[in-house]
Design a protein around this ligand. Structure first.
Ligand code: PHE
Length: 343
């Protein structure tokens, strides 16, 4: 039996030494120490040994063999596991200092960038951003703005009427009235900037669209004059076109302002010296402005004897085209990412 035990040990240790994977060592543990192992079979014969001393001696030897095999298994397994871990760490290691592949991210559409910029300029001066309805009634879009039915100014803003009294707003000026009546309700000062979409029955070309964006400014308080208007416009144009921008107001007419003025900015291309863009005048027209007409103040619930105000309105597309040298406003809605990515 002694020889049998030693042979079992010898064979087991030799095989264990050849194991190359820790998984194999686990299989060997079953093979050499399990219930059906040679060792168990040999030790099963212990009871048949003739003397107690022999049984004791073989029992002790059997234990030693068991310990030797299990020790060898443990050692081999530990050794292999260490190697395997090292190999895995090496294979799966990530160099976190390597530059990654950037995931493509979008950005705000140029129109929204310009709109946000304009809003920020006014927010910094304590204005509130106000929005109102796109589908509007005749009263808010025209009547309350001192444009009664039959007024020739209605022609200049050919409209999309939905019913006799409801239309797609032709300008953001409806927000002046909505804000006065629904938000400010007679309190002063009123300081708002109102961006939004407007609609006109226009033929589309490089500089006209039937859907475009405007931004409206409105300020009402005691003692407001055109000097305040010019100050706000100057601040706005400097924010958009740079610190060298200058503002020019030219007498004009709008039913909802009196006096009214076209507002021009010094040409952003030539700085005012004269070029093709400004037709050698040094100025480019941006939009309309003026002192809020007394009838408009009244329609908004304000007493024109107590307060005065200024307002302006212009197309955001036009300003974006000037600021970024874009020759055709149809690019904005083309959905062509090659155009959009540039900004
Ligand atoms: N609502 C005018 C337009 O769309 C612009 C404007 C606004 C003019 C406010 C004066 C004052 O043309």
């Amino acid at each position: 039996m002694k020889e049998q035990l030693l042979r079992v040990q010898e064979e087991a240790l030799a095989t264990i030494a050849t194991a190359t994977e820790s998984a194999t060592v686990q299989e060997m543990r079953v093979r050499y120490l399990g219930k059906k192992s040679d060792l168990s079979v040999v030790l099963g014969g212990l009871g048949k040994l003739p003397t107690i001393d022999e049984r004791k001696a073989m029992g002790a030897l059997g234990n030693e063999v068991k310990m030797a095999i299990s020790g060898a298994l443990d050692a081999r397994e530990a050794e292999l596991a260490k190697g395997e871990l090292a190999a895995r760490l090496a294979a799966e290691s990530i160099d976190v200092s390597l530059p990654g592949t950037p995931a493509p991210v979008g950005h705000l559409h140029l129109m929204n960038q310009v709109r946000t910029k304009i809003e920020e300029i006014f927010i910094a001066m304590g204005y509130e951003v106000a929005e109102s309805r796109i589908v509007e009634t005749d009263w808010y879009n025209f009547e309350a703005l001192n444009i009664p039915k039959g007024h020739p100014a209605r022609d200049a803003q050919d409209s999309f009427f939905i019913t006799d009294e409801v239309l797609l707003r032709t300008h953001t000026s409806n927000t002046q009235i909505r804000y006065m009546l629904e938000v400010a309700k007679g309190r002063t000062p009123v300081k708002i900037i109102c961006p939004g979409r407007v609609f006109r029955r226009d033929f589309e070309d490089a500089t006209h669209g039937s859907v475009f964006h405007q931004v409206e400014g409105l300020m009402i308080d005691k003692g407001i004059t055109m000097a305040h208007l010019k100050g706000a416009l100057t601040e706005m144009f400097r924010g958009i076109f740079g610190p060298q921008a200058r503002v020019r107001l030219r007498p004009s007419y709008f039913p909802f302002t009196e006096p009214s003025a076209e507002m021009d900015v010094s040409c952003p291309f030539c700085g005012g010296n004269g070029c093709r863009i400004c037709k050698q005048s040094g100025w480019v027209e941006i939009g309309g402005s003026g002192m809020v007409h007394p009838n408009v103040l009244k329609a908004g619930g304000y007493d024109p004897e107590q307060v005065s105000g200024w307002a302006f309105g212009y197309g955001i597309e036009r300003v974006a085209m000037l600021a970024y040298q874009i020759e055709d406003l149809r690019h904005f809605t083309s959905g062509d990412v090659r155009f959009l990515r540039q900004f």
